[in-house]
Every structure is written in structure tokens, then in C-alpha cells.
Design a protein around this ligand. Sequence first.
Ligand code: FE2
Length: 132
Amino acid sequence: MKQKEIWKCNVCGKVIEILHPAAPETICCGQPMVLMEEKTADWKGEKHVPKITIEGNKVTVDVGISMGTPHPMADEPEHYIMWIELICKDNCYKRQMLSPGMEPKAVFTVSDTSGLKAREYCNLHGTWVGTD
Ligand SMILES: [Fe+2]
């Protein structure tokens, strides 16, 4: 278990992030929670890998929009991007929470645009990362 990992309970759907790792297992609903591994390659037609676009100090992270196939953001909450994060090289995390019906993108302002990494979480397909 490592800092910033995302874990999910497959019974109740709870999602947690590790801020400080300790005991190897976290139990929810009577079972160990499942690590949402960071995936880096898209599969099938659906786009999940977050794309970073830098303009000055403004950093836009989108999921599929810049590739012409935006990730679904259903008006009903069964499939959508729950949040988008930007990780700067000094391990500073910025997070934008999203809701169904919003665009699958987030805009952040950073002082140093080198070494950026983006991470997003899809409620059905888990955690995905991309770099600039
Ligand atoms: Fe998805």
C-alpha cells in the first residue's frame, strides 16, 4: 500500500485514497478493498487516458475531448469521470471533482509546468494516468 493509491470496495462502492499507508489491508463490508491500479493504455473505443494541454501557466486536462471522443458524462450517474487530478513534480496534487452532465475536463493554474502527470477516475473503469 502506497501514498495516493485509490482503493474501492466492490460491495458498497466506497472509494478511498491512501494519505498515509500502514496496515496492509483495508476492510470494507467484511472484505479487503481492491486497488484501482493506474492504467496508461486505452482499450476498445473508449478514451480514458487523460490528455494534458499547456498554455502558459494554464493546464487543461481532458478525457477524450481533444481526441474527438469525449468520455461519457451521463446525466444519470452510472458512468462518468468522478474527478481529474494534476500532479506536479513536487508531488503537489490538484483535484477537480466532476458531476454527471459536466464536461470531462478540468483547468488548473500552476507555476511550473514541467514534469506534469494527470490522473482521472472513472466510476466504472477505475484509475488512468497520462503525462505531458
Ligand atoms: Fe469509463
